[in-house]
Ligand binder design. Sequence first.
Ligand SMILES: O=C(O)C(=O)C[C@]1(C(=O)O)C=C[C@@H](O)C=C1
Length: 181
Amino acid sequence: MVYLLAVGLAAMVTTGQPPSSDLNALVNLSAERLLLADRVAAAKFGTDQPIEDPVRERQVLDRAAAMAAEAGLDATETVAFFRAQIEASKAVQRGLFDRWARHPERAPKHRPDLAAEVRPHLDRITAAFISRLAAAEDLRAATLRCGELLVSAKRAADRRHRLDPLHERALHGAIAPVCTG
Ligand SMILES: O=C(O)C(=O)C[C@]1(C(=O)O)C=C[C@@H](O)C=C1
């Protein structure tokens, strides 16, 4: 308990923010990445580009590992976190492909450019994730407190982004590796 209070106070002294806001920011970023999966799916739907692209996944994970090392984060934990983001993105893309195949009138009318528009945005989110993971590092290791704050951060993100059940479920999976303690 004393340890948890100390973690909280230390976070407030260094950032001026209560520690819960670090987790809220992390979970919000994860929700934003999942909403971007809609644009990824829109770029691929109706083309021969598959949802799963192992070469691109390797690039995302290698870049995240390199940035984690630079930021002094645990590379294995960080890669596990990004793997979860990728799996969640694929779940959303599959769900949307299914929805659009069954209801063609709901399929996107515009096809974004994956390489020029969407992946650069995902890359910016990767960099933002590294700062957020570093800011929340101590809290992430504080098992009980982290679990509690994560549940409320998830609820807040569901509401804030008005997530439908597909994105809500995906967000649940994406944030599963947040607490490391
Ligand atoms: O960039 C893509 O093509 C995506 O579908 C995004 C993403 C990711 O989440 O980073 C997800 C699935 C692919 O296997 C590769 C990468």
